[in-house]
Design a protein around this ligand. Sequence first.
Ligand code: B3K
Ligand code: ZN
Length: 876
Amino acid sequence: KPPVLLCDYRAPAWRVTDVELEFDLDPAATIVAARLAVERDPSEPAAPLRLDAEQLELLDLRVDGRRLAPEEYRFETDALTILLAVPRARIETRVRIAPDTNTALQGLYASGGGQSRFLLTQCEAEGFRRITPFPDRPDVLARYTVTLRADKARFPLLLANGNADGAGDLDGGRHWARFVDPHPKPSYLFALVAGRLESIEDCFVTAEGRRVRLFIHAEPDAIGRCGWAMQCLKMAMRWDEERFGRCYDLDVFHIVATHDFTMGAMENKGLNVFNAKYLLADPERATDDGYRHVLAVVGHEYFHNWSGNRVTCRDWFQLSLKEGLTVYREQEFESDLASRTLRRIEDVRVLWRAQFSEDAGPLAHPVRPDRYSEINNFYTATVYEKGAELVRMLASVLGRDGFRRGLDRYFERNDGRAATVEDFLAALEEANDVRLSPWLAWYAQAGTPTLEASERYDAAARCYELTLAQHTAPTPGQPRKQALPIPVVVALFDERGARLPLRLDGEAGTAERERVLPLLTERATFRFVDVPVRPVASLLRGYSAPVRLRWNADADDLAVQIRHDDDGFNRWFAADALSRRLFAQALASGAPDARQLDVWTRSLAQALADPALDPALVAEMLSIADAGSLAEGLVDIDPDAVHVARARVETALAQALAAPLLARYGELSGATDAQAVEPAAQARRRLRNACLAAVCRADPAQLPLAAAQFAQARNLTDRLGALSVLLSAQAAGAEEALDAFAARHAGDALVLDQWLTLQAVQPHDETVEHVAALTAHPAFRWTNPNNVYALVGAFALRNPRAFHRADGAGYRFVADAVARLDTLTPQVSARLATAFGGWRRFEPLRRALMHRELQRLAARDALSPDLADIVGRSLA
Ligand code: B3K
Ligand code: ZN
């Protein structure tokens, strides 16, 4: 199949104005009757009506009530094409589909087992064509009326998008319900749910005075864990009104939880579907991270109601228009409600680990790709996380009010439309009377820019010069790169942490305390005057641009930042920079530089002793980057050497701080808020677990502390934290603890997924065999994406030491899993296969072994388009 190209975009020749759907629901065979009102674009007089159609059994086809003769249409494997002479028509189709055997989890499928097996849909990106023949592209917006009919005992709850519009009983124990969605929408936002689910209800009155009924529906054993999500939903609705002036626009909002989902959640209009993992939470069965993820994902999907649904994408190349913007909105939501610094650190860690490595390999693509073979492979860290960074840079350039004005303009101009990145930039430009066209290059150019900083201080002239230069390495299909606009936020400090003035040469007026240096060309020098002493520069504050900063700052200057910077993010950034430098030294020569190590550990000792510092920030400073992130910029990677060098730095810190870590651990153990989930309680647990890990690393004789914490834990964060320490130390009693954990949480799929993950990420030699054995555990099913990601995904993507075992056993195991999954859930197999994407960056032996597995996959018959695309691009 030839790739789809952005430059080939053409507006649809036929529009659909209204859709009426009738479903006779049955897991084995569901009948879907559709009535479409279609209209031809007058400029396309000859175009036939092309409806996408996949895996449908066509039972009937009529145009304006007349059944078509065979020569009047073509029904192929991917489309139903109708030759129409009239400019508008009513198309009626009847098809049969089989939800029960749909393991791809796209279109209409079944979730759960036994009594509570229920039906639901997933349409984004191209699943609607597996439900009914339709122009399944985001720029066809239609009004939907949906009638569902089903057995009342098996499917008492019937839901579709929009407001309820009648329900009643039918003969034979069946019933019906109708829904009208007044907002025109693309087909990817269609959803229905039918099953025996339990519900909780709440209510929200919008700023416009609309009374909205809120529902969360889940299987009976899960409904008791939905309260937190409901609170999060109400917080999100209020926040979007206050921060962005966006109100909800239907009388009802539903969320449904499922355990069978290929991703996190889906923003279907008025009927969000959630992976249970991002919806359920209680102290016994969710970690603190779990609670925060629920907040973030409930917010994210809700915010899509404007950034995605009211204003949607013209085509899938514009995916980041909704995803980058919505991730940004989600980040701001959590930053406003919890800790901005922490959320920033987490986002930057994800960006470095997932996006930078994507950008450095064969799967690199721009935030707005210009071609794709399989769009489902473009729901990537680049489109989501880097896309959010681009929005963040634009917001910082325009300022808070300017960005709000621009976004208001964007929503107003494009409401009910399918928009492009250009529409977004145009709205921001017009509302602020600025020119943003240089920013399009950020959307079009793949690869991570390297920002090189160098400095010079002239004491006699009281002048400080900062030179910034940018460079982006070639990526597939883009050999030459252009300079991008890079906003570099800076502040200058003296060595005691007092701010220094920021007046540039030739400027009059008072000096600012923090400013944005716009780097618009390949290189620029900024000359600050009246600088009384050699300054300590705090660069890229708040991580003001998604670039790799190369700056050989003096270790003592970094220590000043760790101690005094008033940007919490940059305190962490400085600590991280120093730890990376020590890691690089350990990797190159076996040991970190003693003096710099001492600077680092003493700075962290001070942070640990500082009662004014957020304990969560201290925990983050103590947690050095994972091996994948540390190896990100390297070539000829030897994963064993990376592991050893990282462990050396980690152990050196733990030993240097052993006594204060133990003391802080003890202090934090006195807290009585074991079941509290407020940020402050979470922060204390985070630091306590970080202390525990370090204390036991420095001295295995302390492992009984972990055993005791495991035995006494009153929440999942403490229990898992302790178990993790026992496992990574391969402590006596670790096996028993694992078994006790599994017994305690038997039957709880989400908790057992974490139990699987914990075992999958152990950097031990025998982890491969252990993980392979766990695929036979009753808690694991190949057809369940959560299970697969928890076990195989964690092993392949988060355990570089074991995945890259020198005999290739890790590669073989993962490639076999990918092949097996490809016949079940292609989207999941394609995502797992990205673990091989970086193969060229490893040392020759691993490179050859990984290459062989990719070739073995490529040689298989009947690869799914999803997997064929990843393997093909990885080998190209
Ligand atoms: N928009 C969905 C992702 C759909 C993925 C399709 N393969 C969830 C989200 O980003 O909110
Ligand atoms: Zn999204």
